[in-house]
Design a protein. Structure first.
Length: 654
């Protein structure tokens, strides 16, 4: 027998939880819910950290938490604070008893851990935050700085080393500083003329909003909520990775149709837990984070990191915005998951802190993960797949207005990138090998770089079992039917490329690479004898076919009969709810046609010795264009839209 428990702001936790006698808190229902049960939460505001006590037992015996149909349910990790006293001018202060925070005080906890970067003597940021009518403040380093905050209109983007415009200059004047004593925390905030006792002022007090404390609570669905304002910690791949919401090292969660915002760091986490390593590089100072990350892979295998116990989550149709580090994050725990139809924006744009683990989506070990039909824009970095991108599919996504659209790092493949729009100045950055890029629109630069100082794992196909590990020589990539339009390296990277490989428009970053395995073997055999040293200087092959290069984009010098045209332009327009692709293409564009591509058309990858396959091991099928139109048979143009043609056109793409 299954039950439906009801929760309402008018209810009582001593009630029965029925529709006419609802509970007051979601946690009361969570304490009782068993496999197959549903928790229906009615409209209103709930300030609690929901901690499920049990999980479901299978796909058909889930525990479902849902907002009542047609009702707006908000769950917050914050508390409303009144009783502010004016402390001069537009500055107010309040003393908050530490009992409000319990054993976790965000104003005493730093944004810290592996791969966080602070300038010398720069003040550390904390996990706390202040919100005025929903708008988050900036933390400053002293009480004196609260009086006269600097108005910032431009900022140096740490990724590209170029100047970026602050999205909301007025927001930079809303600042706070906190002092934590034994019994109370005092917060000073500059409200710039607003009265905090008459406006809605909140401070975050809870680490998470919907996140179990125990691991292996499987098969939970969370649907239809607004989830906001959590004091989440920095989530590198070598630490515990809690988010505002997440499954905490479990299997089979569905997180769908939610609005999720204002996580201090990460909104949705499908990442690892602490027993496989927790900021050891920072705490111990004896080995680089890279080495601890490698160890965490083997440690995870020892505690059951496999398809039977971990991953296979579905994250779909969520709107995620205004988070300091990631929209979706995960190391190891993300395997076999599907991330689709999400709208992710304004991630890491406040730039209060900086580190090497930031992105709209930032995943490590994205084995057999499908990332499809997401809209990702106005992020410090749109998509970052780092380590073990294998069996991964990036399909039909729209990227624009990001500092960088996609970065795939130290992975061996096979992975597929197909029918996407990459419209930011820095479109694709590859410190990897073993990729297939099919029918994409690329309106920014492409950067390719070998990584010879970090050997990373690769796996048996469709498995977490480690098959070996190797450095990244770059290449072993396939480019078929892509449309490249323009791309200015100076706009994309500024001076970041100094000392490393530059960015290019088109595929010319591969100039000089072999064009086949036979060509590669011949170059190896021409080197001086030796077992492994002769492999260090020979690049891997690159396959290119039926690509179009317009408006200055240049082809790989090994491509046969590339179509290069001087004219052409593309742009993305964002009207809020809708996104359009505006194209102007010359007549020569129509001369390139390519049949629908499958895994059978793609050469196997070298290091992993693996084919391009679906999760079930059958050849990959690339049978839908960006708009979802079928591409089973016939010949199609370059680019992501099956009906794209020369001339001028405006096409709705979201």
């Amino acid at each position: 027998m299954t039950f439906e428990y009801h929760v309402a702001t008018s209810g009582s936790d001593t009630a029965s939880g029925s529709a006419d006698q609802p509970f007051r808190t979601i946690n009361r229902a969570a304490a009782l819910a068993q496999a197959g049960d549903t928790v229906t939460v009615h409209g209103g505001e709930y300030r609690e950290w929901v901690k499920p006590r049990r999980g479901g037992l299978s796909e058909s015996r889930r525990i479902t938490y849902r907002a009542a149909p047609g009702e707006h349910v908000v769950i917050k990790g914050s508390e409303r604070i009144t009783g502010w006293d004016n402390d001069g001018g537009t500055v107010w202060k309040v003393s908050v008893p530490n009992t409000v925070f319990g054993d976790f005080n965000p104003y005493a906890e730093e944004v810290a851990g592996d791969w966080i970067v602070y300038a010398d003597k720069a003040p550390r940021k904390h996990l706390g935050d202040v919100y005025l009518n929903g708008l988050s403040f900036y933390e400053v380093g002293s009480r004196a700085e609260v009086d006269a905050p600097e108005r910032r209109t431009e900022i140096i983007d740490n990724w590209t080393r170029t100047t970026d415009t602050v999205r909301n200059a007025d927001q930079t004047q809303l600042v706070w500083f906190a002092s934590v004593a034994e019994d109370a925390t005092t917060i000073w905030a500059n409200f710039q003329g607003a009265d905090p006792n008459s406006e809605l002022v909140e401070i975050n007090v809870r680490r998470s909003v919907f996140y179990p404390e125990a691991t292996h609570l499987d098969y939970i669905t969370v649907r239809g909520f607004e989830l906001a304002q959590a004091a989440t910690p920095w989530t590198p791949p070598t630490a515990d990775q809690p988010g505002l919401i997440g499954p905490n090292w479990s299997k089979g969660w569905i997180i769908e149709d939610n609005v999720i915002h204002d996580a201090k760091t990460s909104a949705i986490s499908i990442g690892k837990e602490a027993s496989t390593g927790h900021n050891y590089s920072t705490e111990r100072g004896d080995k680089p984070g890279y080495q601890y990350q490698l160890e965490s892979v083997f440690t995870a295998r020892q505690i059951g990191w496999d398809k039977e116990h971990i991953g296979s989550h579905v994250i779909r149709r969520n709107t995620i915005f205004d988070c300091g580090q990631n929209g979706i994050v995960g190391h190891l725990g993300c395997v076999f998951s599907t991330i689709e139809d999400n709208h992710i924006y304004n991630i890491a744009l406040k730039r209060e802190f900086y580190g090497y683990e930031i992105g709209g989506i930032k995943l490590h070990a994205a084995i057999d993960v499908e990332i499809r039909h997401n809209r990702i824009h106005d992020c410090s970095l749109g998509l970052w797949l780092d380590w073990q991108t294998q069996g991964t599919r990036i399909s039909r996504n729209v990227f624009y207005a990001n500092s960088r659209d996609a970065f795939i790092e130290v992975s061996h493949g096979p992975y597929i990138v197909e029918h996407n729009v990459f419209a930011s100045p820095a479109a694709i950055e590859l410190f990897s090998q073993g990729g297939a890029f099919v029918n994409n629109l690329i309106a920014g630069t492409v950067r390719v770089e070998a990584v010879m100082d970090r050997a990373t794992p690769y796996h048996r196909p469709h498995s977490t079992q480690v098959a070996g590990y190797a450095y990244i020589r770059a290449g072993d990539d396939r480019w078929l039917g892509n449309l490249f339009v323009g791309g200015d390296p100076s706009l994309a990277y500024g001076d970041q490329a100094e000392g490393s490989e530059p960015a290019f428009s088109g595929t010319s970053a591969y100039n000089g690479y072999p064009v086949s395995f036979d060509d590669y073997r011949a170059r190896i055999e021409s080197q001086p004898p030796g077992d492994h040293q002769r492999y260090l200087t020979v690049q891997q092959p690159v396959w290119t076919k039926a690509n179009v290069y317009a408006a200055g984009a240049q082809p790989f010098d090994g491509e046969n009969s590339p179509v290069v045209v001087p004219a052409g332009s593309v742009s993305v327009t964002d009207d809020g709810d809708t996104v359009h692709l505006v194209t102007s293409l010359p007549a020569e564009f129509d001369g390139v046609r390519l049949a629908a591509v499958s895994g059978l058309d793609l050469e196997r990858v070298r290091f992993a010795d693996a084919e391009f396959e679906e999760r079930d091991g059958t050849p990959a099928v690339l049978d839908k264009d960006l708009l979802g139109a079928p591409k089973q048979s016939g010949d199609f143009p370059a680019g992501p839209i099956a009906t794209l043609a020369s001339g001028e056109a405006t096409t709705r793409i979201w």
